[in-house]
Design a protein around this ligand. Structure first.
Ligand code: C5P
Length: 221
């Protein structure tokens, strides 16, 4: 085949989604933001009053969701059962809780199955935490994208500081805590796959990171 799958994993705020979207654009591939799927489940569960501890209710709710990712103006629009939740899933309530919902087995099972289906015909760039290590272990190219926690917090701060009142320090500790939860969960934690290329984007521009990944992809076909 002339198409491959590319997995881009890494900690929160490393620039994965922006980079993955641009790489997909340059290669004519489909970009899939798996974090948006975990956020969509979290938002819907919160609204239904279902906590991560209510595992049976959460499993049932997750299985009842039709999650669609569609190309939008700024990346990807996310729909749950036909409702546009693109903005809602970026709220602070969702961000602070998503790692607890993402640790639940039924949630990971349902979303992992959906992700594998979307990648079955190849030609996807998928970003997340466990794509190279768990969801698509046969992906032709795996990138583990990192940056220092200070830089990741500073980037996020520039993105959100207008709309949400939070200090840089607070953001830094929230990002570090989310990484800790994602790294320490029992099921498919955030981990660098043994065959992944590690890219530290500290001090690199987005376009430099994109160019590096596109170049790597040329070596794999
Ligand atoms: O990528 P983003 O920061 O939007 O992801 C939100 C959360 O979703 C992560 O902190 C993690 O808990 C969860 N997630 C996951 N596995 C993935 C993608 C995201 O557990 N493949």
């Amino acid at each position: 085949s002339d198409r491959m799958n590319i997995a881009i994993d890494g900690p929160a705020g490393a620039g994965k989604s922006t980079v993955a979207r641009k790489v997909a654009g340059q290669l004519g591939y489909v970009y899939i933001d798996t974090g948006a799927m975990y956020r969509a489940v979290t938002y819907t569960a919160q609204r239904a009053g279902v906590s991560p501890e209510q595992t049976a209710r959460l499993a049932e709710l997750t299985r009842s969701l039709q999650i669609d990712l569609r190309p939008g103006d700024h990346g990807q629009s996310v729909y749950v059962n036909g409702e546009d939740v693109t903005a809602s899933i970026r709220s602070r309530e969702v961000t602070l809780q998503v790692s607890y919902y993402a640790a639940i087995e039924s949630v990971r099972e349902v979303l992992g199955t959906l992700q594998r289906q979307l990648a079955a015909r190849k030609g996807v760039v998928m970003d997340g935490r466990d794509i190279g290590s768990h969801v698509l272990p046969d992906a032709e190219l795996k990138v583990f994208l990192t940056a220092s926690v200070e830089e990741r917090a500073a980037r996020r701060y520039r993105e959100i500081s207008d709309s949400q009142s939070i200090t840089l320090r607070q953001l830094e500790s929230e990002i570090a805590e989310r990484d800790r939860l994602d790294e320490q969960r029992a099921i498919s934690p955030l981990v660098c796959a043994s065959d992944a290329v590690v890219l530290d984007s500290t001090g690199m521009t987005i376009d430099e990171v994109v160019a590096a990944i596109v170049k790597l992809s040329r070596t794999k076909l």
